[in-house]
Design a protein around this ligand. Structure first.
Ligand SMILES: [Zn+2]
Length: 259
């Protein structure tokens, strides 16, 4: 039965059972193609979704930092060697590997590296971002008009564990305020970037006033889960695998086999 993650979180908070087969669909990162592609498709099937937005990028014509790296390296593949030799990063031979490597360094080094890549590229701006474009303020409001909810996904999508605590707290609290300014409604939900967090981040999210938060743990949500670390399952490449996932069959099987 289609519902929203906000409604599921309310049921979890009050220990009220959900109707059987309740499900909601969430989209992280606020790509604009959710509005152009997913909204009409889901609406035709009676679904409303939830989109979690990196609030600092909305209306700033910005790209998520991982998409910035892909855009820069697509234009100038030679930047990778220079980043490895001059910034002391591990050698990488693709934008994908660079993004992965930068998730594991202090956030200040990540930001410095991207700034250097921009400077070295000589490009005056990012090329047409196409499918990587992040939603505008009007597109977020359009989703709300269609019954969707908007959650927060920090301001700039950093890895929270790579930030000093004060910066992590700022990303969590100020993004809530920014989303409220943008769409006129307080976001009830928060999603941890990359699904990476620790207990101190859970407490920050709780103190910031969010009603719930979601992870990328790859399990079905149930009422035993803490409200500020609700799990989700991923889309699957085939219909049969999708059915196994959303019905809980795969999860039960894994439990039986202790996988
Ligand atoms: Zn994300």
């Amino acid at each position: 039965m289609p519902t929203t993650i906000d409604e599921i979180a309310q049921h979890v908070a009050h220990g009220v059972p959900l109707p059987r087969f309740s499900a909601s669909i969430t989209f992280d990162d606020a790509y604009a193609n959710v509005v152009t592609n997913a909204l009409p498709l889901l609406e035709s099937s009676g679904f409303r979704g939830t989109l979690v937005a990196p609030a600092g990028l909305i209306g700033a014509n910005g790209l998520l930092w991982n998409d910035q790296i892909h855009a820069l390296v697509d234009e100038r593949p030679d930047l990778l060697d220079r980043a490895s030799s001059e910034l002391g990063l591990d050698a990488v031979d693709s934008a994908h590997q660079s993004v992965y490597a930068l998730k594991n360094v202090p956030d200040e080094l990540r930001r410095c590296t991207i700034q250097k890549l921009e400077d070295w590229s000589g490009l005056s701006g990012y090329p047409d971002s196409g499918s990587s474009r992040v939603c505008t303020e009007d597109e977020l409001k359009k989703l709300i008009d269609h019954g969707w909810s908007i959650g927060s996904h920090t301001l700039t999508h950093p890895m929270l564990a790579r930030l000093p605590d004060a910066e992590a707290r700022r990303e969590i609290t100020e993004s809530r305020e920014r989303i409220t300014e943008l769409v006129g409604e307080r976001p009830a939900g928060f999603a941890y970037p990359d699904g990476a967090f620790s207990e101190k981040h859970v407490q920050m999210v709780r103190k910031a006033g969010y009603d719930f938060a979601v992870t990328t743990a790859g399990r079905l949500t149930d009422s035993s889960q803490p409200r500020h670390s609700l799990s989700r399952v991923y889309p699957q490449p085939t219909r049969s695998r999708f059915i196994c996932t959303v019905t809980g069959f795969e999860q039960r099987l894994r439990g039986m086999l202790r996988l």
